[in-house]
Write a protein that binds this ligand. Structure first.
Ligand SMILES: [Zn+2]
Ligand SMILES: [Zn+2]
Length: 66
């Protein structure tokens, strides 16, 4: 299944990788490459690629502006 990678922050927000501002990037899985000629699967899996010890940008900004 094709997937989108996220970083899970301590504030429990899932932020898509690689850049939050660019929006989620759909990664094509091997099955889709082989069987669907590079077209993404109809369903998308949402995966946590890594966990951050800090808060996401949105929460950091809220904290700063208070
Ligand atoms: Zn797929
Ligand atoms: Zn957050």
């Amino acid at each position: 299944m094709c997937y989108i990678l996220y970083t899970l922050h301590v504030c429990q927000h899932w932020i898509p990788q690689p850049q939050p501002g660019n929006g989620p990037i759909l990664r094509i899985c091997k099955d889709a490459e082989a069987l669907r000629l590079g077209r993404p699967c109809p369903e998308t899996e949402h995966k946590v690629a890594n966990r951050s010890q800090g808060m996401c940008d949105g929460c950091l900004w809220k904290k700063v502006s208070k």
